[in-house]
Design a protein around this ligand. Structure first.
Ligand code: NAD
Length: 290
């Protein structure tokens, strides 16, 4: 599919309005998008998004320029095990209901390698497919919220270009289609295919992005980052337990170790908290199921 089009991303649907999806929906609205809709299988989550953030509720998936997928990607009864069936059921609905060709489907949930290609096959490239995994952190939302540097990949070049256009890109100029370009904060784009006298105003999220050439790299960047963090925490925990067993002052040992330029032992916490690190680390061995 050629991205030689005049896509203006105006009507945005965020699917999954949980811990991550709700701040994403709020952010999109704050960036000046008037038509921000939300959908969740949980009526409670929908009600909360409507009441606390004025997010309009979507009854169907037919009429949108962008679909942002923030649904959970673990088994409903086991938060430590990855499962993408829920996400794929959403994509199935989008493939049947979406009316606008070349709309953007951006997966922000954490997914096993191969998921984006599967989504792409299901949509038959009628819509663009990108993956922009999140680095949002609940405990430090101000510093590490929605608007921080993120990796992004597209299944095809045109998918990546569409995603860069929507999110805001970090390059001073990127070509979209034959005659269009995106500026640094890409709010104004002049497209020679349009009425020559009128530049098109396109909104974007203004999120700095780090584009990668293959979508699998984007998928793996999130999983590997979490696995790395998992190992760092696990090592600190293990060392702490060793110190307790052997009557050694862990803090003193840690301080001593961290005097070396390339060593950074973490503080021990009470095990590895949350569901993200264990689940995402397991994504490494889950890809054969796709
Ligand atoms: N929370 C974080 O800090 C964080 C950070 C980075 C990435 N992520 C990733 O983002 C994704 C969402 O995480 P979260 O923390 O927001 O989870 P969450 O459980 O808080 O929210 C997920 C929401 O998705 C909804 N949902 C699940 N299946 C659905 C379906 N089939 N259709 C519609 N809605 C559905 C749930 O009802 C829920 O409201 C996960 O893949 C997670 O790994 C989360």
């Amino acid at each position: 599919m050629n991205n030689n089009n005049k896509t203006q991303f105006q009507k945005v649907l965020i699917i999954g309005l949980g811990q991550l999806g709700l701040p994403v929906a709020k952010y999109v609205k704050e960036k000046g998008f008037d038509n921000v809709y939300g959908y969740d299988i949980s009526p409670k989550a929908m009600e909360r998004a409507e009441k606390t953030a004025g997010i309009k509720l979507a009854n169907d998936f037919s009429d949108f320029d962008v679909y942002i997928l923030c649904v959970s990607t673990h088994k409903p009864d086991d938060i430590f095990t990855p499962q993408i069936e829920g996400l794929l059921s959403i994509v199935d609905r989008i493939s049947k209901e979406a009316k606008r060709n070349r709309a953007l489907v951006s997966i922000e949930s954490t997914i096993p390698r191969g998921t984006s290609n599967k989504v792409f096959e299901m949509l038959n490239h009628r819509l663009h497919v990108a993956h922009a995994p999140h680095r949002w952190y609940a405990l430090e939302e101000k510093e590490h919220g929605v608007n921080q540097l993120r990796v992004v990949g597209g299944v095809c070049n045109c998918c990546l270009e569409a995603a860069m256009q929507f999110y805001g890109g970090n390059s001073s100029e990127r070509v979209v289609g034959d005659n269009s370009s995106i500026t640094a904060n890409n709010t104004i784009i002049t497209d020679g295919n349009d009425n020559e006298n009128s530049p098109i105003t396109r909104k974007s999220l203004g999120v700095p992005m780090h584009p990668v050439s293959k979508i699998e790299t984007a998928e793996l960047s999130k999983i590997a980052e979490n696995a790395h963090r998992y190992l760092q925490i696990a090592f600190a925990e293990d060392l702490y337990l060793y110190c307790q067993t052997n009557n050694i002052n862990f803090s003193e040992l840690r301080n001593a170790l961290n005097t070396k330029w390339n060593v950074e032992i973490l503080e021990p916490r009470e095990g590895i908290g949350g569901h993200c690190l264990p689940k995402n680390t397991k994504c490494f061995c889950n890809h054969q199921n796709l």
